[in-house]
Design a protein around this ligand. Structure first.
Ligand code: ADP
Length: 630
């Protein structure tokens, strides 16, 4: 009787050839068939559990594990659950009537769809994703309902199906996929294992997985029926209660660290983490980790995994997680994120916006808390955290408002200050006669050593701004801080960087000053070097070479691709400050002409040397000349 066809029919999609289209179009993403079918099995299992707990089902629930098995000889994959099952009526209702509003609409929309998720979700194609990898799909099911009959449904990927009496003797559903010739990769246990690891690792129902070989009987059972060699598939491959579903109060640091190791086996320990847990106005759980960054090249985005009710969806979360937090690692789980819609829709979705700002706020709260509770520990981590915080401050105004409290500035002595602390530290010394406060910084403390020392000697502090984000961050700070400018220590001679009232005139006559300028112009003989005679403290270097702050910034920006290529193509020009008050200067003025040129050249080279600008043949000549002089 079981082979007698009870009903034949046509799946109600208004085109004959929808499956070839689905198959072809979704080919690149075809592994998600397993996610879809296993998720259906999980749903069916949870439904029967719920019915039992509500008293609508009073029989034994039995073992509710889901089994995924592969039979390479028969070329089948079977997903088997002990869930609610389906009656013939339900199959007709839920499986046969594919939720298309019309084939025309599908044809219209699939053209712009970006990936399989989009199509599957939008058109209710979950189950039918099986046809991406199978020529034929069979369902064997027995509903939990009193008096239900087992049902078998078969469809070969055309729009016709067949319903007959089924074989199942226990409640639940088997979905058997007869894998097509292009998809035989899925018959490899290792391939299936990796798909399950990706999508099913944290599903809430235990999943067993293994290979069995049902096409080769291995003896007979008591009734004389062939017994199949069934490799026991009792290994459960998932964690049904992952930590993000547990209340934080039940978790220890070790639990978070273990979970991190499980997610990213080859990474260094994270610095700290944030447990996300909100159920109003949207539901979201998760754990985000701050990774330790060894070097800038290691910044990996797409490390956060998005789940929906413990089903892995994607690791492309850039529309959900604020840009600056894409560097974090971890898991986000939310059934409220629309998973199957286009990018532009996602960006406009109000839930997604709320989620994004929630995550940003939680991260700020956690950082603030760490800073207050353990400032020392926070400072130690600053070299890793700083990048996130600065990035966040730059890209998210609300985050900056919160981050002001725990955003640290670091000086060349490796001391850390909050913005307010730093202001009060340098206010007295570093306010110029125009009332503007000047923060001095270096992007390369080795190279700027002589400038940094000179600044420190004068009682000025110098900030360390040597991370790649700092050139942007400097701009940001200037726009936020009142009456404050940031200047790199080598942007001018110190007395010009911070101009005080008491700047005295030098003692040279105008003639002498002009003479001096022409001596240096001649000795240097380079149009990109602009010589100026200045009155600097006697102990300042006789020649200082600087590049103006604004000029250097424009160049830096154009290097970073900031669009200002006009400056990028300009030659580097420098200011050569001659310290009129230095005693060597009077020596030059008193010397004969040949000596004047060589002394000026030598002092100029010394200036270049302290800037790290003396290179190649010039450097060699300088060394030779120095030996001669000595
Ligand atoms: P969705 O899961 O999004 O509703 P599907 O095409 O995957 O779409 O499934 C359609 C319906 O078929 C499900 O809603 C469910 O009612 C039924 N179904 C699918 N798989 C099973 C199963 N393993 N057990 C019971 N019912 C199932």
């Amino acid at each position: 009787m079981s082979t007698m066809v009870q009903e034949k029919g046509t799946i109600s999609v208004n085109t004959e050839n929808i499956f070839p289209i689905i198959k072809k179009f979704l080919y690149s993403d075809n592994e998600i068939f397993l996610r879809e079918l296993v998720s259906n099995a999980v749903d069916a299992t949870q439904k029967v559990k719920r019915l039992a707990s509500l008293g609508h089902y009073s029989k034994e629930l039995g073992n509710l594990n889901i089994k995924v098995s592969v039979d390479p000889a028969a070329k089948t994959i079977t997903i088997s659950d002990s869930g609610i099952g389906m009656t013939a009526e339900e199959i007709k209702k839920y499986i046969n009537q594919v939720a298309f509003s019309g084939a025309t609409e599908f044809m219209e929309k699939f053209k712009e769809a970006k990936d399989a998720n989009e199509i599957i979700g939008r058109f209710g194609l979950g189950f039918y994703s099986a046809f991406m990898v199978a020529d034929k799909v069979e369902i064997q099911t027995l509903s939990y309902q009193e008096g239900a009959e087992p049902v078998r449904w078969v469809c070969d990927g055309s729009t016709s199906f067949e319903i007959t009496e089924g074989d199942r003797t226990t409640r639940g559903t088997d979905v058997i996929l007869y894998i097509n010739s292009e998809s035989e990769e899925f018959l490899q246990e290792s391939r299936l294992q990796s798909i399950l690891d990706k999508y099913a690792k944290f599903l809430p129902v235990p999943i067993q997985f293994g290979t069995r070989n049902e096409s080769e009987p291995d003896g007979e059972d008591e009734e004389g029926k062939p017994k199949y060699k069934t490799v026991e598939i009792d290994n459960i491959i998932n964690t049904t209660v992952p930590i993000w579903t547990k209340p934080p109060s039940e978790l220890k640091d070790e639990d978070y660290l273990n979970f991190y190791r499980e997610l990213y086996p080859f990474s260094e320990e994270p610095l700290f983490w944030i447990h996300l847990n909100v159920d109003y106005p949207f539901t979201l759980t998760g754990v985000l980790y701050f990774p330790k960054i060894k070097n800038e090249l290691e910044l990996h985005k797409n490390k956060i995994r998005l789940y929906s009710r413990q089903v892995f969806i994607t690791d492309e979360v850039k529309d959900i997680v604020p840009e600056f937090l894409l560097l974090l690692h971890g898991v986000i789980d939310s059934p409220d994120i629309p998973l199957n819609v286009s990018r532009s829709y996602l960006q406009a979705d109000s839930n997604v916006k709320k989620i994004t700002s929630y995550i940003s706020r939680k991260v700020a709260d956690r950082l603030g808390e760490l800073f207050i509770k353990d400032r020392k520990g926070y400072e130690e981590k600053w070299s890793d955290i700083g990048l996130f915080v600065k990035y966040g401050a730059l890209s998210d105004e609300k985050f900056y408002e919160r981050a002001k409290e725990f955003l640290l500035l670091t000086n060349t002595n490796k001391e850390h200050f909050t913005l307010t602390e730093y202001e009060s530290k340098v206010k007295e010394q570093q306010t110029g006669k125009d009332g503007r406060l000047v923060y001095l910084y270096t992007s390369d403390p080795e190279r700027h050593d002589s400038y940094v020392r000179a600044a420190n000697k004068k009682g000025y502090d110098v900030l360390l701004m040597n991370s790649p984000i700092d050139s942007h961050f400097i701009h940001h700070l200037e726009s936020k801080l009142e009456k404050t400018s940031l200047k790199r220590v080598d942007a001018d001679v110190l007395d010009k960087l911070i101009e005080k009232e008491d700047a005295a005139r030098h003692t040279l006559t105008e003639d002498e000053a002009n003479k001096l300028k022409s001596i240096f112009d001649k000795a240097i003989n380079n149009p990109t070097m602009h010589v100026q005679v200045e009155s600097l403290p006697a102990e300042t270097m006789p020649v200082t070479i600087t590049m103006e702050e604004w000029m250097r910034r424009m160049k830096d920006m154009s290097k970073l691709g900031g669009g200002m290529n006009f400056y990028g193509s300009m030659p580097d020009t420098y200011k050569v400050s001659i310290n009129a008050n230095h005693k060597l200067i009077s020596k030059i003025l008193g010397a004969d002409e040949a000596q004047q040129t060589s002394l000026a050249k030598h002092l100029f080279d010394l200036g270049l040397l302290s800037q790290g600008l003396l290179k190649g043949a010039d450097l060699t000549a300088f060394v030779e000349r120095s030996v001669e002089v000595i």
